[in-house]
Design a protein around this ligand. Structure first.
Ligand code: DUC
Ligand code: ZN
Ligand code: ZN
Length: 466
């Protein structure tokens, strides 16, 4: 069956232009000058609206076991929420824990996702134990499993942490097989010292989560990761959830020097702060405990991050969606901030929150689409199937109403969380229609998708490698 989207403004990575979009079955068949499409197709009127590629969230954690509990969204609830918010592809993180066979960790992740996803999905692989077997597995995952990116942690000693020697070995392997190394860049051993000292002083409130993870320890780890990657013959490196100005400076300098270094940030770092959210009275701040942490509003982080997005020192906006309920989950850290499970849920709101940056004149329409859809698809080997509206691409399309309004809150969101990190926020713009591989799954607030329709995506190598 054919669908013709008429009257809208097509927005791609090169900017906006009026165009009609023809979908045939699961793919984009053609893009026409307005009014030139076939007369016999079913039409969707997009007059006054933007027509953008379905968004790609390259950083989610559905059902992640963490901090003595597990992220509260399943692949079913989380991908449905993503879809309603205009995201038609996620890349989640499969996990190899220390001592575990990498392929077993991957199989466990397939078992969680298979038959449960509302939208298409791929996996990165977290390596929690880099040894000879894990290094061999990296080759196999790239060659046979469609997994072309591996996350390492410089933080969380005893959980996911890799030391510098392990990191270097994984980077050398990635240089050889073309994979991307994704780095959680915070100096974990130093953070652990600060955490212990804070607790000894009786500093137990959630705000101390941020105070014990200072900017310097994100910048130092970011710099160290960049230098280690240079020792590994410029292995491709992608810094995840970058939150701080000085970490961004390290990435910008590496990119200016022509290095294979990339970074993402997340909506929470663009809008929320250590004082206003993490420092909320009592235990309330636990809602915003995530790592890297929210940064001080008295410094220039948020403005620097927006500037980094404009100038492409930050290539991608992902959510790091890792939701925990307050009840029974965040509450594990009552009286001890170090026991609060780290994570914020936001997979449903990224498209709207970054569109607000367009309204606030911090980002162009082209950069909005690039940072939430096109670049993540290209960065992680999904392009041009995903991330673009062009003939032959998957028909993942969002019709976005710039005249609409979105009110965010726990009463209306679809994520499996008992609070919202964005409670009461009213922002400009609204997801009107979501099409996933040619199927209209959400329209005017009516959801018609279903669990199991999403397919696993075997990814190729990043397009950005030199
Ligand atoms: N950061 C979080 O906030 N949650 C999960 C893992 C991570 O790195
Ligand atoms: Zn991380
Ligand atoms: Zn993460």
């Amino acid at each position: 069956m054919s669908i013709l989207i008429t009257g809208g403004t097509l927005v791609g990575p090169t900017g906006p232009s009026p165009a009609d979009v023809l979908i045939d079955g699961e793919t984009i068949a053609a893009v026409f000058a307005p009014g030139r499409g076939p007369a016999d197709a079913e039409t969707i009127d997009a007059t006054g609206k933007y027509v953008i590629p379905g968004a790609v969230d390259a950083h989610t954690h559905m059902e992640l076991p963490f901090g003595g509990t597990a992220a509260s969204d399943t692949f079913d609830t989380g991908t449905k929420a993503a879809a309603i918010g205009g995201t038609t592809t996620i890349i989640d993180f499969a996990v190899q824990r220390t001592g575990e066979v990498v392929q077993d960790g991957l199989a466990a992740w397939h078992a969680k996702a298979d038959g449960n996803c509302h939208i298409d999905y791929g996996f990165h692989m977290i390596l929690g134990g880099v040894d000879d077997e894990a290094l061999k597995a990296m080759d196999q995952l790239v060659a046979d499993e469609g997994i072309s990116s591996f996350k390492l942690f410089m933080a969380y000693p005893g959980v996911f942490y890799s030391d510098d020697g392990q990191i270097l070995r994984a980077m050398q392997k990635a240089r050889d097989n073309g994979a991307m190394i994704m780095m959680h860049a915070e100096n974990g051993p130093a953070i652990d010292v600060l955490v212990k000292q804070a607790l000894e002083r009786g500093e137990t409130d959630p705000v101390y989560h941020g105070i014990t993870r200072p900017e310097a320890l994100e910048a130092e780890a970011t710099s160290r990761a960049i230098w280690l990657a240079s020792v590994a013959a410029d292995c491709p490196l992608y810094i995840v959830h970058l939150s701080a100005s000085k970490a961004l400076e390290q990435v910008a300098a590496a990119r200016d020097a022509g290095r294979n270094v990339f970074a993402e940030t997340c909506p929470q770092y663009l809008y929320l702060t250590l004082e206003d959210q993490l420092g909320a009275p009592g235990f309330e701040g636990a809602k915003w405990v995530c790592s890297t942490p929210l940064r001080s509003k008295h410094e220039n982080h948020r403005a620097d991050l927006w500037k980094g997005l404009r100038g492409n020192d930050l290539s991608v906006v992902s959510t790091d969606h890792c939701p925990f309920c307050m009840k029974d989950q965040k509450e594990l850290g009552l009286g001890d901030f170090s026991k609060i499970p780290n994570g914020i849920g936001g997979v449903e709101h990224r498209v709207d929150l970054i569109y607000q940056g367009v309204v606030d004149r911090k980002l162009s329409l082209a950069r909005w689409v690039e940072t939430i859809a096109t670049t993540p698809a290209r960065m992680f080997g999904l392009y041009p199937k995903k991330g673009i509206i062009a003939p032959g691409s998957d028909a993942d399309v969002v019709i976005y109403d710039p005249a609409g309004q979105t009110r965010i809150g726990v009463a209306t969101h679809h994520m499996n969380m008992d609070y919202s990190a964005w409670e009461g926020w009213e922002i400009a713009g609204r997801v009107d229609t979501v099409i996933s591989r040619g199927e209209v799954i959400s329209r005017g607030g009516e959801y018609s998708g279903r669990a199991g329709r999403g397919r696993f995506l075997r990814r190729g190598l990043s397009e950005y490698l030199v």
